[in-house]
Design a protein around this ligand. Structure first.
Ligand code: SF4
Length: 333
């Protein structure tokens, strides 16, 4: 259990400006803060948290989400935002992780950099209350940047946190927050991150396609959504083609780690081009069609002479690409 009376806080910490400010405000009230960075499957820009924590002089704990996060993605209690982003449920999930850390380290409060009205759905005043309730943090989740617009938390009521020194920010404006950062001595102001792919509208078709065709998809299938160009070939088969060397290497790793027979890998044998994966049923037509995609995404290839290596489990064979027998995938995702 958290120690009532302790001046220790756990911060949900992305490393962005808002979470840095939340930490600094509590530090100014004499709190020792432990930062928790939760990594979901779809966030990018992971490096800033370490840099920001170092700047603030706080200990950083980094935790990844468990497989139960996949259930949340499929069936969020509070629905999705504009994309496939279940933000209210996701924040509550992170809140539960923070609550466990709060109890472990004897802190009395969890803080976050949320600002009322900053995000259209998940940061409405009412939704902030829902997040606190679902996280099991009612009265213990403090948003220092907007606290004056929200009901007082237990540490404020008990006088451990001075409510008068908290803030009442509202809305999306970044300038007042930058001004506050300057006043609070935060020298390196992070640029806004590109954030979480789930919130991007053009990422949604991939996620929806996975829900529709692989309702019991496992973690690696969700992780694969972050990499490459995706094509729905038919009801049973999806194709993924790397866009650069980094993605080609990631696709090779997915192939190596997938159970034998679940994924087939096709790569150029005599030209320079991308790696492709076939997820699902693989036959002659699908292999030729994936080979055609590899040829399409390379500039240095004679289509009449192209050969590919086909990997199935630990077995590999080389064959002509047979582009005349290729079929266009049903759609690009
Ligand atoms: S944007 Fe992504 S990581 Fe952030 S709360 Fe929403 S779903 Fe979670």
């Amino acid at each position: 259990m958290s120690s009532i009376g302790s001046r220790k806080a756990v911060a949900l910490f992305s490393g962005g400006l808002d979470s840095m400010l939340a930490v600094r405000i509590l530090q100014q009230q004499g709190f020792e803060v432990e930062a928790l960075n939760v990594r979901t499957i779809f966030q990018c820009c992971k490096a800033p948290a370490a840099r920001a924590a170092a700047q603030l002089g706080v200990r950083l704990t980094v935790l990844g989400v468990g497989d139960d996060y996949l259930d949340l993605l499929r069936n969020p209690r509070h629905g999705y935002g504009k994309g496939c982003n279940p933000c209210v449920d996701c924040r509550a999930y992170m809140g539960r992780m923070a609550r466990r850390l709060m109890e472990e380290c004897g802190a009395c409060v969890v803080i976050s950099g949320e600002v009322v009205g900053q995000r259209p759905n998940s940061q409405k005043r009412q939704q902030l209350g829902v997040v606190a309730r679902d996280a099991g943090l009612e009265g213990r989740l403090l948003r220092p940047l907007s606290a004056k617009l929200l009901p007082p938390t237990i540490p404020e009521i008990e006088g451990l946190v001075d409510r008068r020194s908290l803030y009442g920010f509202h809305g999306r404006g970044r300038r007042p927050l930058i001004e506050l950062a300057t006043r609070l001595g935060i020298r390196e102001i992070p640029t806004p991150s590109t954030g979480c792919a789930l919130a991007e509208k053009n990422f949604s078709p991939r996620v929806k396609d996975l829900f529709e065709h692989q309702p019991a998809a496992r973690r690696w299938e969700f992780e694969l959504l972050n990499t490459g160009r995706h094509f729905r070939f038919d009801r049973k088969t999806k194709m993924v083609v790397g866009r650069n060397e980094r993605e080609n290497a990631l696709l090779e790793r997915v192939f190596q780690q997938a159970a034998s027979g679940e994924v087939l890998m096709v790569e150029p044998a005599d030209f320079v081009g991308p790696v492709g994966l076939l997820v699902g049923a693989a036959g002659d037509t699908t292999i030729n069609s994936l080979a055609a995609l590899l040829v399409r995404y390379t500039r240095q290839c004679d289509p009449d002479r192209a050969s590919v290596r086909v990997w199935r489990g630990g077995q590999c064979h080389v064959r002509r690409a047979r582009l005349a027998e290729a079929v266009q995938p049903a759609r690009r995702l």
